[in-house]
Design a protein around this ligand. Structure first.
Ligand SMILES: [Zn+2]
Length: 248
């Protein structure tokens, strides 16, 4: 049946129908500000209640965006550095009036990057000090062997008064970060760090590393001050915490 639709209807029309069918009021995506009948399942194995059917946002992008809106960070003329850019957020950021937007990622052969993205090593960035008012760098540092070097660089290019969103997976039951640079076997990394290309599993001392390079750290477990209905409606994960670094 699916194949018949594919043959008979051109892709843009299929997309229109899909969006019309999914429009609703059960959930509301804070990123694209649209209501839907549900978030779609995603991941392997698939988890339910993950993907916004309209902008493709996932839980942590929605949480980061809510955080930025709540703290009134988003404004005209913002200079933004978006590392490993999530498409849904890049669409919103680039539509801010007079925004100066730079997107960068460490290019890996075989992967596609949004147009305009530059190949970027965050431990040695080609930007002057104090260049950005907002840095988005979520779920990146757990992949970077020299994360302290990366934190130093992120702090350097952030302008005084600016904010860096630096979310990472954290095992909150652990006091200390678990890392072992000699561990390169993908299966062993999955077992110990949670994903084949993670080089560590952060513990509660993550904030100390950020403070050590100069950041003032905001740690916000946003879902703890929300009712269950809002957590469901915005499609957030209770295990996710926003970590943001401020440069004074
Ligand atoms: Zn959305």
């Amino acid at each position: 049946m699916k194949d018949v639709f594919k043959l008979l209807l051109p892709a843009p029309l299929r997309e229109l129908i899909r969006k019309a069918v999914l429009r609703g009021d059960t959930v509301h995506c804070p990123v694209c500000d649209r209501g839907a009948i549900a978030y779609l399942p995603s991941g392997s194995p698939p988890r339910p209640h993950v993907l916004c059917p309209f902008c493709g946002s996932r839980e942590r992008a929605r949480m980061a965006w809510l955080f930025l809106k709540e703290r009134k960070v988003l404004r005209a003329g913002l200079r933004v550095l978006h590392v490993a850019p999530e498409r849904c957020l890049s669409e919103r950021l680039t539509s801010l009036p007079a925004v100066k937007y730079t997107a960068g990622d460490k290019f890996t052969p075989g992967y596609d990057y949004p147009p305009g993205t530059i190949d970027l090593d965050i431990t040695a960035m080609p930007f002057a000090a104090d260049s950005f008012d907002l840095i988005m760098c979520s779920h990146v540092l757990e992949h970077v062997p020299d994360d302290r070097g990366a934190m130093k660089e992120l702090f350097r290019v952030l302008a005084p008064g600016g904010m860096a969103i630096l979310m990472v997976p954290i095992a909150l039951e652990r006091a200390a970060t678990d890392e072992d640079p000699s561990l390169t076997d993908p299966q062993e990394r999955i077992k110990r760090f949670g994903q084949f290309d993670h080089v560590r599993l952060y513990g509660r001392d993550y904030v100390d590393r950020l403070r050590a390079v100069g950041f003032e750290v905001i740690e916000d477990a946003m879902t703890e001050r929300m009712d269950a209905a809002s957590v469901f409606r915005f499609g957030l994960l209770r295990s996710e915490v926003v970590h943001a670094g401020i440069k004074r």
